[in-house]
Design a protein around this ligand. Structure first.
Ligand SMILES: *Cc1c(COP(=O)(O)O)cnc(C)c1O
Length: 390
């Protein structure tokens, strides 16, 4: 998952380093704190929130940590639930926060299985459901409309992990199921999003947003070190981290000034291109008998495997393709998925192990669309050469 920052982000970041502002207290970064407020409000606005509480942080893991920390403070002792395909750090974060964590299996589209979720809700003691808006492995979007219906019935907080997929709310070419999920994102309680993934920022830029600004009171502290010289709210008063790079806020602000977070704008068009690239690669793979595909990409991530008779042979063939593609400068990824996620898609495979390694490609850069033919040519060459071997 690599996407170079936009040139204006690089420039703004570098220029601010003459001062090296610290967005902890307003005194440490007057301009950069104002820029942080403005750009975070623009991200909240993208999700349809006119009021919010939020700030930038080190990345998606920190943003999720704050989301779950607030959840735990509001629902002490209750469980955190996420899908089996949720980011692996949710379990660890829950561990750090000493909250019990449990996973829900996925449906054949790699989204949280809401029937199993309801069974779990009936057992009780669920404080928060983490809804992944674009899983890291497959880009699947959990069925938020159904989860919101369950929230009305059972009552729990919803934390949306939109670290990877959040910006796709701006794309005009999502399938209807994915669109419906994004359209009710404004109803969740908190959202984590990573400007350093799809927001064209250098690493070190995550963002946490809360719908109800009153959760700010949970952060109250009385530090002897930080002098808050104005009565205005300091970002350091609503953040778990203390010192934070003002440069990250300056870079984000400049990028969003150049490319506002609006549907139909240049930024949105870039995401749409990534999605078109993923669909285009998916179609090529799907119509080629040498490959197996399973999930129609919901965002810009494609999963596939070369055809082999068993899950173990598929996995080793995937690793071979991965190496051979890398030798030709095409850098793919491997996603190891549970057999339960793929056995209904690939019934002809002999499941001799309970996991299967698949090939994965994140077509994150808008330029990927122009490279699809070349990418396909390499995938084709790799398949042709390894078929001779096997
Ligand atoms: C990347 C990612 C994270 C972790 O974010 P970092 O910025 O790497 O800390 C969490 N959740 C999802 C869905 C992600 O894709």
């Amino acid at each position: 998952m690599l996407k170079p920052p936009h040139p204006v982000a690089r420039l703004a970041y570098a220029l601010s380093l003459w001062l090296n502002p610290n967005n902890h207290a307003l005194d440490g970064g007057r301009a950069s704190s104002a820029m942080e407020r403005e750009s975070v409000a623009e991200i909240a606005g993208m999700f349809g929130w006119r009021t919010h509480l939020g700030h930038l942080c080190g990345g998606g893991t920190m943003a999720n940590l704050e989301g779950l920390w607030v959840s735990g403070r509001l629902n002490p002792g209750k469980r955190i639930i996420a899908s089996e395909q949720a980011h692996y750090t949710h379990r660890r974060i829950s561990d750090v926060l000493q909250l019990t964590f449990a996973t829900i299996p996925c449906d054949p589209l790699a989204r949280m299985d809401v029937n199993v979720l309801e069974t779990e809700l009936k057992r009780g003691e669920i404080g928060t459901v983490v809804v992944t808006m674009g899983t890291t492995a497959t880009g699947s979007v959990d069925p938020l409309p159904d989860i919101i219906s369950l929230q009305d019935k059972y009552g729990f907080r919803i934390h949306a992990d939109a670290a990877y997929g959040g910006y796709f709310i701006l794309a005009d070419n999502l399938n209807s199921m994915t669109r419906e999920a994004f359209d009710c994102l404004s109803r969740v309680d908190s959202i984590a999003i990573d400007p350093h993934k799809h927001g064209l920022q250098p690493y070190g830029c995550g963002c946490i947003l809360f719908r109800d600004p009153r959760v700010g009171t949970l952060y109250k502290h009385d530090s002897p070190y930080t002098y808050f010289t104005s009565s205005e709210l300091h970002l350091g008063e609503i953040s778990l981290e203390c010192s934070r790079a003002g440069a990250a806020a300056v870079a984000l602000w400049a990028t969003q000034k150049l490319m506002p977070l609006v549907a139909g704008g240049e930024f949105a068009v870039g995401l749409q291109k990534s999605r078109r690239a993923a669909l285009s690669l998916f179609e090529k793979l799907e119509s080629d008998s040498r490959f197996r595909t399973a999930f129609v990409p919901e965002l810009d991530i494609v999963i596939w495997a070369p055809v082999a008779e068993s899950s173990s042979k598929t996995s080793s063939l995937c690793r071979e393709h991965f190496d051979r593609a890398a030798a030709r400068d095409l850098h793919l990824a491997i996603a190891t998925l549970p057999s339960g996620l793929l056995d209904s898609h690939w019934p002809e495979i002999e499941w001799d192990q309970d996991q299967i390694a698949c090939l994965r490609s994140c077509l994150m850069k808008p330029e990927h669309i122009d490279w699809i033919e070349r990418i396909w040519q390499i995938i084709d060459e790799v398949a042709a050469s390894s078929n001779q071997v096997s």
